[in-house]
Write a protein that binds this ligand. Structure first.
Ligand code: SF4
Length: 164
């Protein structure tokens, strides 16, 4: 069975980012062309529109959203609680990852996103980056999937070589 990588959809150039843009990463686009990539956007899967207001986690990080002690709130204009959308997106992404469980070698997720961040996220209480996981990253990690930051190019190149 061919190995696959679950990848934040914006990293292969899909315009699913909150501002309608993407975070295209050429080596992941090339892997996508070979059929090794499953691109998913948790925020779109959670029912949010694109473009959409940016949102941040209020709480320690995505783990607090999963255990019900944190919230995800929009940060521009009229503040809105989008926690349910973020949770739905995380569980839909997990659903797809579980269907492919035997083939998924890792999930490569966009750093600094409140859904996909692996090492750093923006917190609601401050404008600074803090250590922590996004909601989807936290769920995939909790369920035993290996998660890799989009900033960790060395690890991404290594895993792409391994899966050919
Ligand atoms: Fe979607 Fe994650 Fe990319 Fe944000 S970082 S646009 S949630 S795939």
């Amino acid at each position: 069975m061919d190995s696959v990588l679950i990848v934040s959809a914006c990293l292969v150039g899909i315009n699913c980012k909150y501002n309608g843009g993407n975070n295209r990463c050429e080596i992941l686009v090339e892997a996508f062309k070979k059929g090794n990539i499953v691109p998913l956007c948790p925020e779109q899967l959670g029912g949010l529109p694109t473009p959409r207001p940016p949102a941040k986690i209020s709480g320690k990080d995505g783990r607090d959203i999963l255990n019900g002690t944190g919230k995800v709130l929009t940060v521009e204009g009229k503040q809105k609680d989008v926690t349910e959308n973020f949770l739905k997106g995380a569980y839909e992404t997990l659903y797809a990852a579980e269907l492919l469980r035997d083939r998924v070698v890792a999930c490569i997720l966009k750093e600094k996103s409140p859904s996909c961040g692996v090492k750093k996220i923006y917190k609601f209480e401050t404008d600074h980056l803090k250590e922590g996981l996004g909601v989807t990253a936290a769920l995939l990690s909790e369920k035993g999937f290996k998660i890799i930051s989009s900033d960790d190019i060395e690890s991404i190149e290594k895993i792409l070589r391994e899966i050919g």
